[in-house]
Every structure is written in structure tokens, then in C-alpha cells.
Ligand binder design. Sequence first.
Ligand SMILES: Cc1ncc(COP(=O)(O)O)c(C=O)c1O
Length: 332
Amino acid sequence: VKLADLSTPALLIDADSLEHNLATMAAVLPGSRLRPHVKAHKCTSLASAQRAHGHRAFTCATPREVIGMVAAGLGDDLLLANEVLDPQRLAAMAALQDRAVITIAVDSHETIDAAALAGLKYALVDVNVGLPRCGCKPSDAGHLADYARSRGLVVRGVMGYEGHLMAVPDRTEQRAKVAESVEKLIVASLLVGGDIISAGGTGTYDLHDQVTEIQAGSYALMDTHYGGRGHPFQQACFVLATVISSNSEYAVGDAGLKTQGMDHGNPSIEGATVRFLSDEHVTFVPSAQIAVGERVRLIPAHIDPTMAMHEVAWLIRGDDVIDRWPIDLRNW
Ligand SMILES: Cc1ncc(COP(=O)(O)O)c(C=O)c1O
């Protein structure tokens, strides 16, 4: 199959750029130093490629991701880096523990009770290191760990995601702020015990020397939010569109905001200026008039929600489509 044969809009993954990204990251953070976050791609074929690069432990954001990873035989060591209260989904994960090691993040008595009641075995105390999202105060982490142990859970350590620091433009400032956030995590770790200190993402993967593992995900496919910040990763994911209307002022492609995450702004098109996206259209100004029927590649601004909007990704090399990867970890 050729690229030209694909119906559009179509989600593309460039096989060589993906390989470059996986190899580059595995060289810096080999094996268990990286716990790749599957929420960035929601694709067990891609997770298998990460495993082929030596990573056997993965981070997940939803029960669906955990359950799908186990079904794909990738359940060696799964961290659900998120709080869950739903008894049915917790029980569905607990039922897989004869085939998988599943560890869940907890930051309250309620989340600990829910995990214990469902029969989950392992927990990690989630610590707020500055991002106003989940996570307990560092000073509360020890009490929560004691409570979790009293409920029969094995507490494996701590996690703390410094999401608010991923895009600090100045590297020196970013390094200092990451060090501050890690201090909080280390304090919590001393109170909690266990042997895991999990943190980090694509924007900070090379700024940590005190944690045991990094949870980066976007590095595999990249987006314009992370691109151009000096990271050694290549753009590997695109949304292919067909030009369905064109005039002397602008052109219109058939990939709109239902094909990609827009919370980080418009996508980019090489050699063109994107004006806006509507439901099913992208309006852009090409550097020279473009013919109806031509194809353009949109570079998404935010990879994670983009992946979640597609049922399949087409793995490509040059003009050839070399594989079809189901995005099989979608939904919750
Ligand atoms: C808990 C957690 N860990 C790690 C990440 C890292 O992701 P990324 O590689 O996109 O920076 C995220 C992304 O939002 C996250 O929510």
C-alpha cells in the first residue's frame, strides 16, 4: 500500500523517526530507568517497540490502558499513575494480578480504601510537587503509606509529576525548578520507604539524577509543543489531509479539530501558515498555490489527545505504508 492510497484524514507514524526517538531515549535512560507513559500513544504495537528497546515497565493513565497492556502481554510492571475510585474498574484490574504486576497511585484515604477493597496489591504514594493536580502534601506521604500498609497494600515508593515544568524555556531555570520539585519528592520518599521514586516527562527526562525512573511518553512521537525546544527527538507523527478546496488566498484540507488535540494551539504545516481549524477543515496559506487533490501533513500541537481521536495509525517509510497499528488503548 502506498501513502497515496490512504483515505484521509489519516494518522501517520514515520517508522524511522519513531525508531530514532526510541533508540535515542533508550541510550540515555536504558531499561528500567525509563517507564514509558503509554497515554501518549495508546497503542500496544508501539509499546511493544518500546519493550524491544529494553523497557519492561510502563506507566498508564487509565484502567483501560492497564487492562489493554496486560491483554497484549505487556503487564510485567504497570504503574497506573492516576487516582481511581471506580470499584468496577479497580476490580477488573485486580482480576489480572495473576498475570501482571499492577501498582496504583494513591493520594488519600479514599483512594487507598478503594484500591484495598478491590483487592489490588501494590500502591505508590502520589505526591504533589507543584502541579495543581493529584498528589498529597509531601509531609502527608508517610501517614498515607502507613495507612495503605495497614490496609494490606504493599507500598512500592512515591511518584510526583512536575508537569508544570515541562516547557520552562530557559534550561538553567528549568533545571533549578526541577531540583526544587524533586526535593519534595525525596522528602516524601524518606517518609514512605519503598524503592521507587518515579517522576519526569519528555521536557525534563535529562534533568533528573535523584529519581529511580522517568515517566516520559511524548518523546516517541513528539508534537509542536515539545518540538523546537532542543530535545534530540524527531517529529514522528502526522495527520495526513487532502486539499479539498483551493484559491489564490488560501487552501482547505480535510483534517479538522476532530483529528487532533487543539489545547496547545493550531497544528503546523511545513511551508504553510495554518489560519484555523474547524470541525472537519484546516484552512491554511501555502507558500505557493496548491492544487485540489494534493496532500499535506499536519504536525499536531499535542500528541496525546491526537492519538486518542484515531482508531488506527499507519506506519510509513517514505511513500510506503508498512503496517497498520490499532490505537487499542483508547477510552477509560
Ligand atoms: C503522570 C504523568 N507522568 C508523566 C507524563 C509525561 O508525559 P510527557 O512525556 O508527555 O511529558 C505525564 C504527561 O502528562 C503525566 O501525566
